[in-house]
Design a binder for this molecule. Structure first.
Ligand SMILES: Nc1ncnc2c1ncn2[C@@H]1O[C@H](COP(=O)(O)OP(=O)(O)OP(=O)(O)O)[C@@H](O)[C@H]1O
Ligand SMILES: [Mg+2]
Length: 268
């Protein structure tokens, strides 16, 4: 293991249903096997619990991180107020004084060996407000101690409007074989270029033919989006997604490891 992804924050985004949460789970578990301490951050406020279910048989979800930071009364939407995220009782920005895992009570996370999963928060009530405050946590939740953090974003590109990408080292856009996915990948690459040249790479997911994979690679090239790797369509992943269970026995192992090797070459 070469440790290149240590302390890196990688954002996983893309079209709704393209496979973001499945990819985060596959990469997260493979990173742990490779020796990385890994944080999975569920930053999708509208999905009831996708990422959590894909990583444990446990039924009780962790407490939302937004409560740790003082809830909606303290954490503001970055579009209205871009000021940095702070801890309760402190004015110091989390981005200047990164969080130690030992600061956060254990009910806020799911822990599996070297994998730690957090849920930022979920929309549960009518009229409770937008998910902007959750975006600020996704933007500024930086943890001390050599972790690689994978951020599982909500579908689409609204998060760019809120600047969630400000503190990430790499953006992975997941594309499934759907026209809209390719357009979103191109938009992500273009917007990221404007946002300080963040590196964007595309991960092709759910393909079941070499022909379609070749077409998609060509299409990405024409749209100026760098190719990262491919995860084929796999029944095991779909079954886990349908049943809301952990992904086990996926055939994607070799492809996922190749993707991690490539990610290690892409970060500075
Ligand atoms: N490589 C794959 N092979 C087969 N099925 C897959 C694959 N990747 C994802 N899926 C299935 O596609 C569906 C959507 O996957 P997932 O929930 O990971 O996508 P998402 O992008 O996180 O969705 P959302 O936008 O709702 O958050 C699930 O049923 C999942 O099991
Ligand atoms: Mg998801």
């Amino acid at each position: 293991m070469n440790n290149k992804l240590k302390n890196k924050r990688i954002l996983i985004c893309g079209k709704g249903g393209s496979g973001k949460s499945s990819v985060v789970s596959l990469l997260g578990n493979a990173l742990v096997k490779k020796g990385y301490k890994t944080i999975l951050l569920d930053a999708d406020a509208s999905n009831p619990g996708g990422l959590f279910h894909l990583n444990t048989e446990n039924k009780k979800a962790p407490k939302p991180l937004i409560d740790f930071f003082g809830g909606r009364t303290k954490v503001t939407c970055p579009s209205d107020d871009p000021s940095p995220l702070t801890r309760i009782g402190s004015d110091e920005a989390v981005i200047d004084a990164a969080i130690k895992l030992s600061e956060i009570p254990k009910e806020y996370s799911l822990k599996k060996k070297n994998l730690t999963l957090f849920q930022i928060g979920k929309i549960k009530q009518a009229f409770e407000g937008c998910d902007g405050p959750m975006s600020k946590i996704a933007r500024d939740f930086i943890v001390k101690g050599g972790f690689v953090t994978l951020i599982d974003m909500e579908a689409g590109i609204e998060h760019f409007g809120r600047g969630v990408e400000t503190n990430v080292d790499l953006i992975v856009v997941v594309v499934d074989p759907v026209f809209e996915s390719m357009i979103i990948a191109e938009m992500v690459a273009r917007i990221s270029e404007i946002m300080g040249k963040k590196k964007v790479v595309a991960l092709i997911n759910k393909v079941n033919s070499k022909r379609v994979e070749t077409i998609m690679k060509k299409d990405l090239k024409e749209r100026n989006v760098q190719y990262l790797g491919t995860i084929n369509y796999d029944d095991e992943i779909q079954t886990a997604g349908f049943e809301g269970k952990m992904i086990v026995n996926s055939k994607a192992g070799n492809q996922v490891n190749k993707i991690i090797d490539k990610l290690e070459t892409l970060v500075k």
